[in-house]
Design a protein around this ligand. Structure first.
Ligand code: NAD
Length: 279
């Protein structure tokens, strides 16, 4: 065991309150591409290359940009929605999600995630704050919950979109394919519960996540590039209230202790080492 892992395990072991703050990197080994990794980091395989290299933020990740793109390049919008949805529909939790679920059973733990993929809950975690919403939830335009979709329903939508990418009239057919998200016509306009750039973070998740970060003794940050604000302020909020910050990421990350490596490899090691000497 490395010195860093030993030291990080001691911090987790002695913490009364823990926050686990996760980003796209924790789900990379479940087959969901991250947003910002360089394409070269993925051996040139375009299916796993960083997302925003292929779909620029200004064209696809704001509501005005998306509406403009739907008029100007409808087939690309269908492709974008399919690329967000298909990997999530197929994904299963990996050992990092399971280790965090185990930690939550043993210790007072709040999970704050930027991910929309529902994999923490699929691994059994309960106290999960979703800052950017969830692709499974359907809400009204003022974000009141309407219904939830399951992974099988998302999978069916993804398969329809795959067919539409190649066919005629992409946008009307896409709207029909995703009608369970939109509640078209008879029930008024609904939306998937997703935070795009320029939207406020989900509530009460953000307020709860920030309060947990301010009250914790230890924050474990996993697979977050730290460039998306205000979510990236959570480690800072924890640190300025005296908590120790541990980062798990293959890329150098600012923290008290950086554990270099993949989430699925390092997170179970950290949790096992932290809980091993518990009576
Ligand atoms: P990001 O793409 O900006 O950064 C990913 C981070 O994960 C990087 O630091 C990278 O080095 C690291 N990483 C890559 N592979 C890893 C691995 N195997 N193990 C551990 N770390 C790994 O992601 P972010 O910081 O979460 O950016 C925020 C945005 O990404 C959010 O808006 C979030 O909604 C969105 N997002 C979510 C999903 C999802 O739901 N799974 C997928 C893609 C993007």
């Amino acid at each position: 065991m490395s010195n860093e892992l030993r030291e990080a395990a001691a911090i987790v072991r002695n913490a009364a309150k823990i926050v686990v703050f996760t980003g796209a990197g924790i789900s990379a080994e479940s087959g969901i591409p991250t947003f910002r990794d360089e394409p070269e980091a993925h051996s040139g395989n375009d299916d796993t290359a960083g997302f925003w290299h292929r779909f620029p933020v200004e064209e696809f990740a704001t509501w005005p940009g998306l509406i403009r793109s739907a008029r100007q390049q409808p087939r690309r919008v269908v492709e974008f929605v399919h690329h967000v949805l298909a990997p999530i529909a197929d994904a299963r939790p990996n050992p990092a999600h399971h280790a965090i679920s185990y930690l939550e059973q043993e210790r007072s733990t709040t999970i704050v995630t930027q991910n929309i993929d529902g994999l923490h809950q699929a691994a059994g975690s309960v106290n999960v704050q979703e800052l950017h919403g969830s692709i499974f939830e359907v809400v009204t335009r003022d974000r009141r919950p309407v219904r939830e979709l399951d992974r099988a329903q998302l999978s069916r939508i993804a398969k329809r979109l795959e067919r539409i990418r190649r066919g005629w009239l992409p946008i009307p057919r896409m709207l029909w394919a995703v009608r369970r998200w939109l509640g078209l016509g008879w029930r008024g306009l609904h939306l998937p519960n997703l935070v795009l750039f320029g939207d406020a973070l989900c509530e009460p998740d953000w307020t709860r996540g920030l309060a947990a970060a301010e009250a914790c003794d230890c924050l474990i940050q996993i697979g977050c590039s730290g460039v998306v604000l205000p979510a990236a302020m959570l480690p800072l909020a924890a640190k300025s209230n005296g908590a120790r910050v541990i980062a798990i990421d293959p890329q150098p990350t600012e923290a008290d202790i950086w554990l270099s490596g993949s989430a699925a490899q390092v997170t179970p090691q950290l949790v096992a080492a932290a809980l091993s000497r518990q009576s």
